[in-house]
Design a protein around this ligand. Structure first.
Ligand code: NAP
Length: 265
């Protein structure tokens, strides 16, 4: 119970990495406010946490909305009395080659993946400071925030932005005892891949020589390039998130935790 007495807010908690992070944080004793735009998935996450004996609430929350961020942080404070941990996890994949990407798609990608992280920090940090016990912010970037990938230029731009934004926040709020680190998953087996437009993987498929068709073909082929030769599990990313959220990582801030089966090695 590494996180007993702590309160965590996890975005994108209705699915994939966010759901497993919410479950793992609750298992370690944190009270969790799970948020997402997907209310039915959020209800399932809540049910799983409660069945395992954890304490949690779910609130609908679009990370693009500043008003909804203010409400989410206020809910955490009202329900649980404090806020110690923020996991900025909600994110979407990108679907187009640069020359085929509409400005609307670009703007939406930036709004969810990058502006959402900014708004989360903007609203959670004052609550953490008010508690005078410091805090830990975990921003979910990607290996695509460390290296470019054909077909994922917009996504790479947002995730690279999250990487450096994290380092700047770490420097700005270290004096308040607030740590801020990024996590860089490789290819993880979650529904995000089924939501990416086929066109978004075209460049990657071309590089790998894999045929057009289901995204899963390209995803498995990319995962096989990692030394560990398999996609990662969302639970394996959740383990890293718990580590960064807890005092086990007390001397880490502004760091990048890469969990990618060796892909970027
Ligand atoms: P996922 O299974 O698709 O889960 C993402 C969740 O975020 C979904 O429930 C989604 O809801 C929600 N969401 C989307 N837009 C939102 C918004 N505007 N506000 C609030 N919630 C929103 O994806 P995942 O693989 O777990 O991804 C989690 C994070 O890890 C993302 O930041 C992703 O970029 C990052 N990541 C994933 C991988 C991977 O291979 N899976 C690799 C590197 C990094 P809807 O279903 O309704 O859209």
């Amino acid at each position: 119970m590494k996180l007993k007495g702590k309160v965590a807010l996890v975005t994108g908690a209705a699915s994939g990495i966010g759901r497993q992070a919410a479950l793992a944080l609750a298992r370690e004793g944190a009270a969790v406010l799970a948020t997402d735009v997907d209310e039915s998935g959020g209800a399932q996450t809540l049910d799983s946490i409660r069945k395992a004996g954890g304490e949690a609430l779910f609130r609908p929350h679009d990370v693009k909305s500043e008003e909804q961020w203010a409400d989410a942080v206020a809910t955490a404070l009202e329900a649980f009395g404090r806020l110690d941990i923020l996991v900025n996890n909600a994110g979407i994949g990108s679907g187009q080659l640069v020359t085929e990407m509409s400005l609307d798609s670009w703007n939406n990608l930036v709004a969810v993946n990058l502006t959402g992280v900014f708004l989360g920090c903007k609203h959670a940090i004052p609550a953490m400071r008010a508690g005078r016990a410091g805090g830990s912010i975990v921003n979910i970037s990607s290996v695509a925030g460390l290296e470019g990938a054909a077909g994922l230029a917009g996504y790479c731009a947002t995730k690279g932005g999250v990487r450096l934004f994290t380092k700047a926040v770490a420097k700005e709020y270290a004096a308040d005892g607030i740590r801020c680190n990024s996590v860089h998953p490789g290819i993880i087996d979650t529904p995000i891949w089924t939501r990416i437009d086929e066109g978004g993987l075209a460049g990657t498929r071309e590089q790998l020589g894999t045929p057009a068709g289901a995204n899963a073909i390209a995803v498995d082929a990319i995962a096989m390039l990692a030394p560990l030769q398999r996609p990662g599990l969302p639970e394996e990313i959740a383990n890293g998130i718990v580590f960064l959220a807890s005092d086990d990582s007390s001397y880490m801030t502004g760091s990048e935790l890469v969990i990618d089966g060796g892909m970027s090695a």
